[in-house]
Design a protein around this ligand. Structure first.
Ligand SMILES: NC(=O)c1ccc[n+]([C@@H]2O[C@H](COP(=O)([O-])OP(=O)(O)OC[C@H]3O[C@@H](n4cnc5c(N)ncnc54)[C@H](OP(=O)(O)O)[C@@H]3O)[C@@H](O)[C@H]2O)c1
Length: 263
């Protein structure tokens, strides 16, 4: 299937590893030119070199922090300076820390709102004028299965990603007349550094090994395993494509069947 991404330009946040890097790779494989950023210069340059060598696409790496508004301004400006247009924005960031209600401070709440919700709001506000210039485009937010089913010990993710989903759903309606489609893609358990850290934290909390935690998690997934980042990224590439021209305002769960509810 030709996804129709040739000539399109994508900006992918938090893309030096894990889901963001896999999404950048999938979009580049389909012919898009991509700007990617994360905080660590060396890591993002290494990721760009990898995506370039795997896909042959033009990749612009930038060191920037989603928490800093001036960084986000610089990233959007650099994307336009380099590629002259912007069609697809992929909002992503590192995950908020684990914790229960009693363990989380006011400061941690504020930081998580900034990281998980406001980074997407701000980057979208900055990118939107350029997407509008193209007469249409895509805004895709990476969220979590926690937007449907809260995950124990991940209170900040459970609370704040649901706010992202509510914002995105409203934005989808507001931008539909301009043919700018807004969707979320929610990972269940995709095998990345972040997931290994969470398994390790749960192992410590429960007095088990990380391998035991992983086995128990996999047993609860109908497909019987964690997902691969490229499997997750394929869903994002589809929603970014011309083939998804009548899909807006949804959350697509990429979870190997883990969520048990019908809707
Ligand atoms: N993997 C899963 O199954 C899963 C499930 C549910 C939700 N999620 C969520 O999906 C998102 C991505 O997950 P992942 O598994 O790919 O995580 P990951 O492997 O930890 O990668 C996180 C990426 O974000 C970048 N990053 C972190 N903080 C940043 C910041 N302040 N500004 C810019 N870049 C930043 C990191 O690079 P630098 O260190 O260079 O900044 C890295 O490239 C996270 O929010 C995670 O909580 C993942």
């Amino acid at each position: 299937m030709d996804l129709g991404l040739n000539g399109r330009v994508a900006l992918v946040a938090a893309a030096s590893r894990g889901l963001g890097k896999a999404v950048a790779t999938a979009l580049a494989e389909e012919g898009a030119r991509v700007a990617i950023f994360s905080r660590q210069q060396e890591a993002i340059e290494a990721a760009a070199a990898e995506v370039r060598s795997r896909t042959g696409a033009e990749v612009l790496p930038l060191a920037a922090d989603v928490n800093r508004h001036d960084d986000l301004e610089r990233v959007v400006r650099a994307t336009i300076d380099r590629f002259g247009r912007l069609d697809i924005l992929v909002n992503n960031a590192g995950g908020p820390p684990p914790g229960t209600f009693d363990s989380l401070s006011e400061e941690q709440w504020q930081q998580a709102v900034n990281l998980t919700l406001m980074s997407a709001v701000r980057l979208t506000r900055l990118a939107l004028p350029h997407v509008r210039t193209q007469g249409g485009g895509r805004i895709i937010n990476l969220t979590s299965s926690s937007t449907r089913e809260p995950i124990p010990n991940l209170l900040l993710s459970n609370a704040i990603r649901t706010a992202v989903a509510g914002w995105a759903k409203t934005l989808a309606t507001e931008l539909a007349p301009e043919n700018i489609l807004v969707n979320c893609v929610a990972p269940g358990r995709i095998d990345t550094e972040r997931l290994k850290e969470l398994d390790q934290a749960n192992a410590q909390r429960q007095g088990r090994t990380a391998a035991e935690v992983r086995r128990a998690n996999e047993a609860a997934i109908p497909l019987g395993r964690y997902g691969r980042p490229d499997e997750f990224a394929a869903a994002v590439a589809f929603l970014a494509s011309d083939r998804a021209s009548y899909i807006t305002g949804i959350t697509l769960y990429v979870d190997g069947g883990k969520l048990a509810s019908i809707v």
